[in-house]
Structure formats: structure tokens, C-alpha cells
Write a protein that binds this ligand. Structure first.
Ligand code: CDP
Length: 215
């Protein structure tokens, strides 16, 4: 079973996806980490993440340990991720890895284009949103808990800028798949979002099974 969870920055996709994966016994892939790792590699090499040659070279040589590192969540990595993510060759280089990961044993994947490009035939697609204010508040608290002193205003600006760039880019723009379930978590905490999403997934999986489809 493939479950695609897409949506704008800091909508709570990661927390939700991880919990759904654990509940259903499926592997989980945070695809944002791939773009963050590519951006970080380019920065470390002294390059410009907006440079297609440098970014594509980094994407083609990405190894598992590059996206398992702990320093991929800061503001510099976020910005660089959004920049490399607009380059079609970077996206092409990361596509095969994502499909292989999902096809091995099924998976829950979160990102921006899982339901539209990576797994257009995913069994379940959720498009997770929340107001900009709610997303900024959550990300700010998350960063502060890690000792990152970014201000709420700076967090809000970063999210708005990345959403805008992600939605406007020509390559795999941020958009809900036509058959995605829209899931607005503005008024939900993490526990409520998880139990509602799990119920939706079970209902959808159950109705598909009733119609003879194999999950
Ligand atoms: O956690 P947050 O929502 O802030 O970001 P993320 O999911 O880690 O993604 C970081 C950046 O990578 C995004 O702003 C996108 O530009 C890009 N991305 C993408 O283009 N496609 C994906 N499947 C995942 C991330």
C-alpha cells in the first residue's frame, strides 16, 4: 500500500506520516530530507543551490548517510532545499529512489509531489494544510525546542516564501492531486490529526476493498 501525504511547509505532514506509518506497519520516507540534503551538500561545497549544474551533481551522488544527518532542519537548509527543488534535473535524479523505496514494501511518503508525480496511482492521497499562522506557530515551537532562536516573524516569512516558490515553480509545483483528500489541521492538535487521518484511510481502504480493489 502506498500512502501519499503532500502539502505546504510545516503543515504537520511529517508527524502525521510517521504515526500513520507506525500504525499500519509501513516504512516511512520524509522526501523533504532528500532536497534538504542536496541543498546542504551544495552549500558545503561552496556552491549556489540555485545553480542547476552544482545541484544536479549533488543530487546524483546523494547517499543514504547524507539525508540521515541531523543538521537539515535549519533556515539555511530549508532555503537551499526549496532552491534545488525547483530544478527539474534534481527532481529527476531523486525520483527513482523514491519510487524504489515505495515499491519495495509499500510506504507512507510525505512531500509536495508524491500524489501527483512520484506515485500518481497511490492508494490513498492526503493533502494536508493549515493556516499560515498555525503552521508558523508550530514550526517556531519546534525550532525553539531544538535551541534554534529564529523569531516567529522570520519563521512565518520563510514558510510563506517557500510556499510561494513551491507553488509557482514549473517543475512539480505544489498542488493537490485531483483525487486527494483535503485535510485541514488548523484546528487540530497532532493527536486529533492522527486519529482522524487514520479513520479516513481505513474508511477509504475498506471501501476500495469492498469494490474488489487490491490494496
Ligand atoms: O518540513 P517542511 O514542510 O518545512 O519542508 P520539507 O517537507 O522538508 O521540504 C523542504 C523543501 O523541499 C520544500 O520547501 C520544497 O521546496 C522541497 N520539496 C519538494 O520540492 N518536493 C518534495 N517531495 C519534498 C520537499
Amino acid at each position: 500500500m502506498i500512502i501519499a501525504i503532500d502539502g505546504p511547509a510545516a503543515a504537520g505532514k511529517g508527524t502525521l506520516a510517521r504515526r500513520i506509518a507506525a500504525a499500519l506497519g509501513l516504512p516511512y520516507l520524509d522526501t523533504g530530507l532528500l532536497y534538504r540534503a542536496v541543498g546542504r551538500l551544495v552549500l558545503e561545497a561552496g556552491g549556489d543551490p540555485a545553480d542547476p549544474v552544482a545541484a544536479t551533481a549533488a543530487a546524483r551522488t546523494l547517499r543514504a548517510e547524507d539525508f540521515a544527518r541531523g543538521d537539515l532542519r535549519d533556515a539555511a537548509a530549508s532555503k537551499a532545499a526549496s532552491q534545488v527543488a525547483s530544478i527539474p534535473e534534481v527532481r529527476a535524479a531523486l525520483l527513482a529512489f523514491q519510487r524504489r523505496f515505495g515499491n519495495e514494501n509499500g510506504a507512507v511518503l510525505d512531500g509536495r509531489d508524491i500524489g501527483t508525480i512520484i506515485f500518481p496511482a497511490a492508494d490513498i492521497k492526503l493533502f494536508v494544510t493549515a493556516s499560515l499562522a498555525a503552521r508558523a506557530g508550530r514550526r517556531h515551537a519546534e525550532l525553539r525546542a531544538k535551541g534554534d532562536e529564529m523569531t516567529l516573524e522570520a519563521v512565518r516569512e520563510d514558510l510563506a516564501a517557500r510556499d510561494e516558490a513551491d507553488a509557482r515553480r514549473a517543475a512539480a509545483p505544489l498542488v493537490a492531486a485531483a483525487d486527494a483528500i483535503l485535510f485541514d489541521t488548523t484546528e487540530m492538535d497532532a493527536d486529533a490529526a492522527f486519529s482522524r487521518a487514520l479513520a479516513l484511510i481505513k474508511a477509504r481502504a475498506g471501501s476500495r476493498a469492498l469494490h474488489g480493489e487490491h490494496l
